[in-house]
Ligand binder design. Structure first.
Ligand code: NI
Length: 168
């Protein structure tokens, strides 16, 4: 495994529409492993391949349970993710992004979603997510279409020293 460099704005790769993953070979497995390692090292709760300058539709997410701090973290690896259902209910929340250093913003997201895609071995997978987990998935999937959270809000600011925001 190897750490990869996380690119930041205004790198144009972050603005590209990423291409579908079609090959789940050894190089792809290496990419997945590197993304997990890079996300954990950052540390972040999610990472999309374009953030390491790989313009492919691949995200990794690692998150626990917002109601139980001691719950084990759960790791998700999804290629070609798509939202199949989304709640009408929208919620405001504060997000940061490893590719937009030094800022956070308040962003409206669906409260709950269902995501379908392929796991790291190319097998179909379906994930139901709500709350912060749903937010992380929506943030990561935006990266695959070249969208960054400041595109979705006017409320962006430099966080104070006590504002701890998970980054993805
Ligand atoms: Ni991000």
């Amino acid at each position: 495994m190897a750490l990869r460099e996380i690119i930041t704005l205004p790198d144009p790769i972050l603005r590209r529409k990423a291409r579908k993953v079609t090959n789940f070979d050894g190089d792809f497995q290496q990419l997945v492993n590197d993304m997990i390692e890079t996300m954990r090292d950052a540390p972040g709760v999610g990472l999309a391949a374009p953030q390491i300058a790989v313009s492919e539709r691949l995200i990794v997410v690692e998150y626990g349970n917002e109601e139980d701090e001691n719950a084990p973290l759960k790791l998700f690896v999804v290629a070609n993710p798509q939202i199949t259902t989304a709640s009408e209910e929208m919620v405001e929340g504060i997000e940061g992004c490893l590719s937009v250093p030094g800022l956070v913003g308040e962003v409206e997201r669906h409260h709950s979603i269902t995501v379908k895609g392929l796991n790291r071995y190319g097998k179909p997978t379906r994930i139901k997510a709500e709350g912060w987990l749903a937010r992380i998935f929506q943030h990561e999937m935006d990266h695959l279409d070249g969208i960054l959270y400041p595109d979705r809000t006017d409320k962006v600011w430099k966080p104070g020293p006590d504002e701890e925001i998970p980054l993805d």
